[in-house]
Design a protein around this ligand. Structure first.
Ligand code: 5GP
Length: 201
């Protein structure tokens, strides 16, 4: 098992409704040392990619994206989910269905911060059905920028997103792929990660 899988086993909780709760270290309280390890690992996995910008979506992708960005030495742009007074000028907008909140959101990025000059690495905390990613991909496409890769902390491999994104030809790397989880026993099964992370032992 790699460092992230071990942490999920130790501190993650499987909830009814197909939710893996990782709020003690990933998406509420954040373990920055763990994020550092993730940043380093993404840098290795996308070593050959020519990246000048990290793109994520608010809110829980932002923390991880910031640490990854430090490893690449590039800025982070996060897609906003609400129109606010701070958003001015022309914008790229896509519709996204939220897995956790069961509703539709718009995701918005100012045209100032994403252009055809950009080579983007997309980073997010979870991949389930791929709706969030599809929204981000749509935004990159409408900017005329290129997608150099997609890095995900936790992919729920039994949902359709991963397969769909890989079938579209994107270089997708997920640090932990959950193949099954059981809310009653709490058991979590991981896929053998083909591009294995360094073992922690
Ligand atoms: P998708 O759009 O791929 O269906 O879902 C991705 C988004 O839903 C992620 O950004 C994440 O916020 C949320 N999500 C999906 N599944 C889970 C889960 O099992 N646990 C948590 N904490 N968030 C999830």
């Amino acid at each position: 098992m790699n460092f992230l899988e071990e942490r999920i086993i130790r501190d993650g909780n499987v909830k009814e409704g197909n939710i893996l709760k990782v709020d003690s270290f990933l998406n509420h309280q954040m373990d920055i040392q763990l994020f550092e390890q993730m940043g380093e690992e993404f840098k290795k996995r996308f070593a050959d990619a020519n990246v000048n910008k990290i793109l994520t979506i608010e809110s829980s992708g932002i923390g991880i994206a910031c640490i990854v960005a430090r490893h690449f030495g590039v800025p982070v742009v996060f897609a906003k989910k609400t129109q606010s007074l701070n958003l001015d000028g022309e914008m790229h907008i896509a519709e996204v269905e939220s897995f956790t909140h069961k509703c539709k959101n718009q995701v918005i990025v100012s045209k100032k911060f994403l252009t055809e000059e950009d080579h983007v690495l997309i980073i997010d905390d979870f991949l389930a059905n791929g709706c969030a990613l599809q929204g981000l991909i749509q935004i990159v496409e409408s900017a005329g920028a290129s997608i150099e890769g997609i890095g995900i902390a936790i992919e729920k491999g039994y949902q359709l997103g991963g397969r769909m994104i890989r079938n579209l030809g994107y270089h997708l790397e997920s640090l932990a792929i959950v193949d099954a989880m059981d809310a009653v026993t709490g058991e979590i099964t991981f896929r053998d990660n083909a591009t294995a992370l360094e073992e922690t032992e």
